[in-house]
Design a protein around this ligand. Structure first.
Ligand code: GRG
Length: 301
């Protein structure tokens, strides 16, 4: 089934649904932002990303029988708001000091550091509110609404993305071991990807074993995604990737530096196999999730 799956068409269609939800989210948020900060927010959120996290959330929701199409994009958009803030802040001079993101100058290069810092900070509570309201529109019970927002915030916080970023910054130039590198990326990248599956399955009211299996899928593709990122970082140009500097420039530990290219590719494939196994265990018919698992390691940027 996956062999004939039109991944390109699927990604393009889903990205449009996500984009429309992001526009709706920003219209509401902009009522509370001044001009500079609103401009920085639009730049960081609406620039052309792959929208992988929201697309995973929508795919998980559908795989578990969810049918409320517009509201689930609003829920999924909350993940992209967090992701966008993290990229905007990650690019700031006090972190990676990056010039290029998604093929465009970074937000602070266009709108300034002050507006970028404030826009990113405003996006964090906005994302939580967005998830809460969308779960409400999806008809989730109040305990499910709490779980949905908790999943988003736990994955974004010190035990997840922020904690992983912290370790990443401290590790620059130090050389991490394999277990430390896995831990860093499980938190920095994997936690939010796994939360996408968690939130989609929660919103659809999936039974616990299905939910747990799909969260395992999310963790596996999270690691595969990061290994693929390191492979791309080592093999593709900044123009193809649409971002700079590279991890190599920043003297960061990577899967390629630690294991070499061939072994890094094998490790990524191992995680894809693990992810596909988790979908089978979940007992759902989900060609979209199967195709997305392959996409994370086959993508070119
Ligand atoms: C102050 C310690 C501290 C943290 C603040 C900045 C930050 C929070 C976290 C950074 C997290 C980060 C940059 C994670 C990287 C995730 C990642 C792999 C980004 C690239 O994702 P893609 O390829 O990007 O999905 P697109 O552009 O397609 O959306």
């Amino acid at each position: 089934m996956t062999a004939s799956f039109d991944l390109k068409g699927f990604l393009a269609r889903e990205a449009l649904g996500v984009q429309a939800a992001l526009e709706r989210a920003l219209e509401a948020l902009e009522e509370t932002l001044d001009g500079d900060v609103a401009g920085a927010t639009r730049h960081g959120v609406l620039s052309e990303g792959k929208r992988l996290r929201p697309i995973l959330c929508v795919a998980a929701y559908r795989a578990c029988g969810g049918e409320k199409e517009e509201a689930v994009y609003d829920l999924a958009a909350s993940l992209e708001l967090i992701h966008a803030y993290s990229l905007m802040h990650d690019d700031l001079p006090c972190m990676d000091d990056a010039d290029l993101r998604r093929g465009r100058p970074t937000t602070h290069r266009v709108h300034g550091e002050d507006a970028t810092l404030r826009a990113g900070a405003a996006l964090i509570p906005a994302a939580a509110l967005q998830a809460w309201r969308a779960a409400d529109r999806l008809g989730c019970a109040s305990s499910t609404r709490r779980s949905v927002v908790a999943a988003l915030l736990a994955a974004s916080g010190a035990g997840g993305m922020v904690g992983g970023q912290w370790v990443d910054l401290e590790a620059e130039g130090k050389g991490l071991g394999p277990a430390e590198l896995d831990d860093l990326h499980r938190r920095k990248t994997g936690a939010l990807l796994a939360a996408a599956l968690d939130m989609g399955t929660l919103a659809a009211g999936a039974p616990r074993p299905t939910r747990e299996a799909l969260i395992r899928y999310g963790r596996a593709i999270g690691l595969a995604f990061q290994i693929a990122d390191d492979i791309l970082d080592a093999t593709a140009t900044a123009a193809t990737l649409g971002k700079n500097p590279s991890d190599n420039d920043l003297n960061k530990s990577t899967y390629v530096a630690l294991h070499g290219l061939d072994e890094a590719r094998r490790l990524a494939e191992e995680q894809v196999t693990e992810a596909l196994g988790a979908v089978a265990e979940a007992g759902v018919d989900a060609p979209e999730l199967e195709a997305l698992a392959r996409y994370v390691v086959e993508r070119t940027h």
